[in-house]
Design a protein around this ligand. Sequence first.
Ligand code: AGP
Length: 608
Amino acid sequence: MCGIVGYVGSRPALPIILDGLERLEYRGYDSAGVAVLGDGRMMVHKQAGRLADLKNSLCEGSTGCVGLGHTRWATHGRPSDANAHPHLDCSGQVLVVHNGIIENHAELRAWLERHHHRFRSETDTEVIPHLIEHYWEGDLEGAVRKAVRRLEGSFALVVASTREPDKLVVVRQESPLILGLGEDEFFVASDIPAILHRTRRTIVLENGEMAVIDDRGPRVTDWEGAPVDKPIIEVSWDPVTAERGGYPHFMLKEIHEQPDAVRETLRGRIAPAGGVNLAELQPLEELLRSCRRVYMTACGTACHAAMVGKMMLESWVRIPVEVDLASEFRYRDLLLEPEDLVVVVSQSGETADTLAALREAQHRGSQVVAVTNVLGSSVAREADAVIYTRAGPEIAVASTKAYMTQLVVLALLALHMAQLRGTMTPDRIARRCAELESVPDRLKLVLQHEPMLERLGGRLRDEEHVFFIGRGADYRAALEGQLKLKEISYIHAEAYAAGELKHGTLALITEGVPVVALATQRQLLPKIASNIAVARARGGWILAVGLRGATEIQQLADEYVPLPELSPLLMPMLAAVPLQLLAYYAARARGCDIDKPRNLAKSVTVEG
Ligand code: AGP
């Protein structure tokens, strides 16, 4: 998500910090900030916008040799100067940069305000410097130790103080942080590319660890203060590979980030007893209870997520739902009423058609919930309520982790509405929540099929057409699978509701034609089995992605990718991974420009 760089050494820290932040720019950010200490004063400068603007507006130099910097990708609080990091305590003596999310920030903020702390930003992060100030008893390390015990959520922190200006204290919990060891100088960073050109000798901090870095180097301990012996790891990546976290393409990196992304999406949104907690929907609670119909609208992959969301809402909330491509929404004779709820889904929050659909809905008097990944985006600003997917920046044009987290958010939305309207028992909701919490681990299991999907992707290299079939939620998942294959490998692909094959498309299934069949819906297994049998009888080559233990399907298929089982409407989350990997490896076998497919843009900000 955000980028962190810190330095302790004998050279001026400022250029080193700025240079490190520049090397993290590719990840995307909306504001930046730096702080330098160690020359008898403290310089802090932060602002919304590009790093280049921050550099240009730095009127004071600094010779201090201790520094920290941050590029922010907003999660709590819009992009603004005040919300940029570092954040300070009331006295202006404690500085913090943070990656991650503090789940209990609202509660901590209220508590700190009762203890007369004054806040200057809307961020979750700002509670941290105030907590450190609160627990100050003469040493920075001790105060940080006490403060972090109050935090729930994910955090990588770099902390400095004018009271001990020669050191940094760093902490890791669920958000990456690495230390770099140079010659008499030391670095800290959220990502290897920030420091790779300075040193290849690194220490990777684990959850529950912290370090004090001064001119003697880093001393790593656990949060209780017990020393931890850490191995030094030599990084052999070249700078380009390092940007992609060691993966050859951002798309593959983002596919592998999905378990962590889902964890972030769920963080703080499921109550310990199993209910859903979407506080961001509070302003629309009355409408969520009373609306009689839901319209969902989005483009491309986001629309495929909405199609699964429709099934969740219909099944769990017992409410009629219509899904429209945003490019069609405005141009048909909509029967939208002010008392209908509208849900728009957009990774970027800037897609012109989706934004226009949102405005049209509001123009007709409806209220809009946005599901988006980008805080401060146009969709987020204009919607009546927003649920963020928290997937982190998605760089590859082909959407993977954004789609996955959209599915998770839509499941949460449906469960939240079911809770408000009493259409599911608390027990049933708790079971679905427990299943959602199991998704990250199950995704990891599915990712283990990567070598097989590499081979199968290679098998598609010279194909011109691939058909995807499925029934129910599998049909919606198949739509996403075919789009992935088309957009990055340029192989023509079509998805069909499997029952439709016999109404025309079967004419195209001849000897050797690849058919990817999804068979994850237990109640529909006999039906999809007969569809597969029909395609096979015409000579089709069948790659089935199905439930583990569905032997009939496995026997009918030429190749079989088994998936662990969840409730049928959650299965598109697991089915997405093999389809993404299949598309990725087919594109790779064909030598395509995977992260930047021809003719496509990540964010389509014009109507066409
Ligand atoms: C997905 O792989 C595509 N790149 C595309 O369909 C995308 O989902 C669509 O353009 C919508 O974008 P948005 O989610 O940013 O609105």
